[in-house]
Structures are given as structure tokens and as C-alpha cells.
Design a protein around this ligand. Sequence first.
Ligand code: ADP
Ligand code: ZN
Ligand code: ZN
Length: 735
Amino acid sequence: MPSPEKIILSIAIPIPVDRLFDYLPPLNINAQNILPGVRVKVPFGKSFKIGILIELKNSSESPDDKLKRAEEILDASPLLLENDLKLLHWAHSYYHHPIGDVFISALPTALRKGKASQVRTTPYYALSPLGKEFDLSLFKNAHKQRALFEFISKHTGALSQTTISPHFKLWQSPLKALLKKDLIQLSTPIENAKTSQKQKPLTANAEQKIAIEHIIKNNHHFSVSLLDGVTGSGKTEVYLQSIQATLDKGQQVLVLLPEITLTPQLEARFNARFSTKIETFHSKHTETQRLHAWLNMQQKKSLILLGTRSALLTPCPNLGLIILDEEHDSSFKQQEGFRFSARDVAIVRAKMLNIPIILGSATPSFESLYNVKQKRYTRLVLSQRAGSATPPSLALLDIRNQYLQEGLSPTLIKMIKNTLAKKQQVLLFLNRRGFSPTLICHSCGWTAECKRCDANLVVHYQQQKLRCHHCSSEQFLIKNCPACQSEELKPLGLGTERVEYALNSLFPQKTVVRLDRDSTQKKGVLEEQLAAINAGQVDIILGTQMLAKGHHFPNVTLVALLDVDSGLFSIDFHAAERLAQLITQVAGRAGRENKKGHVIMQTRQPEHPLLNTLIHQGYSHFAQAALEERKEAELPPYTYQALLRATASNPQLAQDFLSEVSLIVNQQAFSTLLLGPVSAPMPKRAGQFRYQLLLQNKQRKALHHLLHSLIPKINKLKLARKVKWSLDVDPIDLY
Ligand code: ADP
Ligand code: ZN
Ligand code: ZN
């Protein structure tokens, strides 16, 4: 006979099955005292898994003799509190993703693996009295020591290893050397707070003032502010003063950024302003570093968390403000596994907690602009660059019939020369890495293609490789055509590596730095390059979209986009929005301080409406016009979409699976528009054939109602086990 006091633990386990699992409590513990939100180690299959306790129940659908006993409760008190659990429940029901995966994503890796939820104290370093008087030239050839010393001295107050390690590789021994020379000393963050001189807030200009006042006036309840400020308009100052008001109330602040590389910059600015410790959380930190940042927020020991998408779900029991910088950035959307939008979940989090959220961007997403139209968000505009900087001039450069030297037109080359002659820096943008995107045989027309994908292999000349950018395959760069044996293999098209060669031969006296995913793979390289750029040791900066994000290069006065045309033709309706944002963001790198900036876009489509609206009327006009088009075409944000993707090594299986799903949908949901099944824009990738089915509805509720009843039915299909399928709610890429 089961006693009425019988307690059953309902546990979320990270496996791709969307259900909870019931267990009996471990022996010898008082089950009455266990609370939801603790981690539980449970036997699962032949091994153990770590799950999260969701609920305590009195009965289970599983028969008593089938119930296993949990092995161990890992936490004395819940890691996830009531508000966290509520948010995760919402995310689970909105994204229709397996519950265990959703809940575990709130924990840092160390805790997912079962490590103890305790913080070790980290050492802090600051300049010693001797160090404060030290003459840098005395370092002579000790470059690493000098760099590290300069880094520490530039920070107001003490630095932890966590702050140092993303910037330097192999920093331990120079650090030891500096300690030994008594130039730096061990310190504590608290001492840091007391002793270091903090910067005073800047005097806000009129527009900043309106924004700050609005945010502070509304900072005791839910409100979404869209801080729509051109690049360099001083959005960060608005964040800083809004944060101060929240700190004054003793509350915590969560700041989300799209890119890891932007955290050091912002962290430095935060450290210069606030005396409280800044926690940072992103994937370049070690497991332990992330654990500590997470726990310090969870235990209210720290007030500010700065991080990327992965920091979003960190428990902050006393959260008072969320800021999402560069809110339009697609990296806020997780594109695999639990496909959530950090922006959208952050807004729901703010709403549940009844606190304000600020979305900042120079190029707001269409969704956010639409929400402003709907009066759900308040748009706060910073239309001018702050300080003395003026906006850059923008111009299209018609390159039809021009002789191009590896993509560089004579006019552009002249402009680069003029800029360099003035000792100013040039930034060149090309969104394609590698030497050339194609290798073609001049004799017979053969091209190097990936065997596993519908894609060309990219030539990587430096490494003498042919590489697929969509799967991991690579091979050596061949000298003879495999089809006709001729030696006439030619690289076709431009990549950053190729332009780098051209620049080096055109400007042999100048320093060129290439920034893309290939050149910055090694830890610390990007930071070193950015430091060299800012120290004026670089003349020409060449790179991919890595350059578009937030960087502040004060001496760059000429920005050129080498090939804007390649972005103009895409079948994805998001492409125009993405391109306009990219162009505007890259352009925003020009003339950020008192020197006038110029932006040149090389194009063979000088009449193209998108480019012309953007240049002559600006992003805002462009966005309004494009939103009208979306409305007429009944596309998001005027409608709601979910994309069901299926892949299989046998294309027929994937197609049949989606056909069966569309039959089910057609039987029950007349208001939902179905597009597909069709093959994905890249039909084959890594040996898998890819198909998709798009569901669209004018009502968000109706779409979710459908998904709720649809998913269990999909799970019952036999084919569901023969293909790999996933659901993407509010997809931002129809790839
Ligand atoms: P954004 O984040 O909008 O791109 P930043 O916050 O980086 O712009 O500001 C650009 C520059 O303008 C920074 O150097 C900043 O110190 C300066 N700045 C911002 N606000 C003011 C102000 N009110 N007065 C003077 N300078 C300012
Ligand atoms: Zn050939
Ligand atoms: Zn491939």
C-alpha cells in the first residue's frame, strides 16, 4: 500500500525526449525538505545522469516496482529559484524543445557535470607602489611582461585572472616575473573598489538625457526601451547611467552582448565607472571561471553580469535591469539544439520580474521597430554622434568596366593612398574568408566541390588546403585538374586572404592586419591585433563581419566595402535586413572621433534601390519601407513562423516524414499556411539531405496551439525515428 506521504521526484533529464522522469528520493534523507531547482543524480540506462528536480509529487504514472531510486541530491539549496523555473517552463512551452535540455541550459558546464556549487576565491592583481612609478622603457625586450604590465596599469584597480586570461596567452610566467620584480602585487576586489579612482559620469547631451530620464523614471516596473542610437552616439553612457540607478537601489544588472570580443572593451569601461565587481560569462572562459561568475550572481555576491547569449539564464535573485546591446545581432539566436532567441527570452524574463529592459542598436531589428509601432516598446533616439565626431559620408563606387586589382578599383586604391598619407587608418571589409571561394580548371571547367555538401571548396592558399566551410572536410590544394590533368587550375573570386596578398604588394611599406575566423583562431591573437590597431601600429585593417561589431577604432577614417553585391541576391527574406545592418554597422567604424570618416561601397549595382535608400535616407527609412513590404507579403513580424527541419542520409525519408507532418497539419489547422516540404537552400550538407516545412500563421497563439498538439503526433510517427528533425520557432535563417 502506498502511503499518502509517499514522495516522488519529477526530474528533467537532458536527453532529447520531451518528458519528465519519476524517481523515488534517495534513502536516508528527509524528502520533505527537498526543493525544486536542486540537481539530482539519477540512474539512467546503464549509467547515471544529472537532472534538475522540477516537482515533488505523491503519485506516478509508472508502477511502483518500476520506479528507481535517485542516487543523490547534489545541492543543499536550489540552484534555480522559483522565478528561474518559471522562465524555463515558459521557454520550454514556447520553443517546444525537450524539457531536460531547456532546463539544463541554465546551468554552467561544471554544474551540468555534477561539480560542487561552491566558489573558490580568486587572486587579484594591481600595480604596486613601485609599479606606479615605473618607467616602461626599462622593460627592454621583455615584451610579454610589458604588455601585461600595461594592461594591468590601464585598468583602474585590481584585476583577476579571469580578466587577464582572455587577452594573453601564456600569461602566468610574465605575471610571476612582475610579482617577483615587485611591480605588481596581490590585491582584492574590495580594496580595488575602495582605493581606485572611479570615473565620473559624462554630462549627458540632450538626447541622452531624455533617454536616461525615461529609463530611470520607469525602472521600477516592466518596460522595453529601444535605444536607437547611431554608431558612436553614446549608447554606452546611457547604459552606464541607467545601471548606476539600479545599483543605487541595491539591485543586480544583466548585460548581454553579441560577441565575446566586445566584453573586454565594455568590461574596462564598466570597471572604470563602477566600484562593484563585474562578472563576465562567455564561452572563452574556463569551466571554473564560468562557474564562479554564475555562482556569484546566483548568490547575490556580485551585482553586474556581462556576457553573451549563454549568460542569459544565469539566476540573479535580485535582478533590476536587463540590457541587450546590438539587439539586432543574429548571434542572440541559438541556431542548434535549444533554438531560443536570447532577446525574446530576455524580454519575457523582464516581464515576469516586472523590471525594465533596454535594447540598444544603431540598426534595430525589424521586430523591435514593429513593436515600437505597436506601442509595446518605447523608442529612444540618439540621432547624433556624441562629443565632436560627425557622421561619415557614404558613397557608392560604380566598378562596372573598371580594372580591378584583386577586387580593388583604381579609385579606391587612390583613396587608400591618400588616407595613409595622412597617417590615418583604412578599414576594408569583405565578408568571405579564405583565398578564393572557388577553384576552377581553365581548360575543362571542372570546379572543386565538397563531396559531402552542395558547396564549392574554398581555396586556403597559405595553408595549401581546399576546405569546405559547411562541414569539416578538407584536402590538400591540388596542382592538376582531376578531370583533365591540366595544370590550369585557377582560383576564382575573392576572399580576405587574397586581398591581403594584394594589399601587401600594393603597399609594401604599410602594415596590413587581416581579421577573420582563420587569422584569429589562436587564443589571444584577436586581442593582440586589436591592441596593435589601437596603438596605431597598423595601417590597413582587412576583415570579415567580425569587424562590424561594436569595435571602436578612433583613427580609421576610410572604410570600404569591397563587394556589397554578393549580399543583394538571396532567397531568404531576412537577407535585405541583414545586409542593411551589416553595411550600416561597418560604415559606423569610420571617423569615430574628431576626424571626418568616408565610407565607400564598391558595386556593380549602383542603381539598386536597397543601396540607394540606405545611403540617401538612412537605415531608419530603409527599415520602414522594408517593413511595409513585409506587411504586404504577410511575412514576419506581421506573421509568425515555425520551421520544421528534417535531415537524413536518404533524401526520400526526410521528404516523406515532412509530407506526413503536413498531412497532420492540414487535417486540423486551416488557418496555418504550410510551405513545403521543400529542400533546404543548401540541399546536402555533411552527407545529409535536408528538407524543410514552414508553418506560418497570422496569430502567434494559433501557431503555438497547433505546435502543442502537433509535436506529440510527430513523435508517434515511425519516420520520426528514421530522420533527424528539429523545430525552429521564429526562425531567423531559412537555411
Ligand atoms: P555607442 O555605444 O553609441 O557606439 P559610445 O558609447 O561608444 O557610442 O560613445 C562614443 C564616444 O562618445 C565615446 O568615446 C564616449 O566616451 C563619447 N561620449 C558619449 N557620450 C558623451 C557625452 N555626453 N559627452 C562627451 N562624450 C561622450
Ligand atoms: Zn580540367
Ligand atoms: Zn562540406
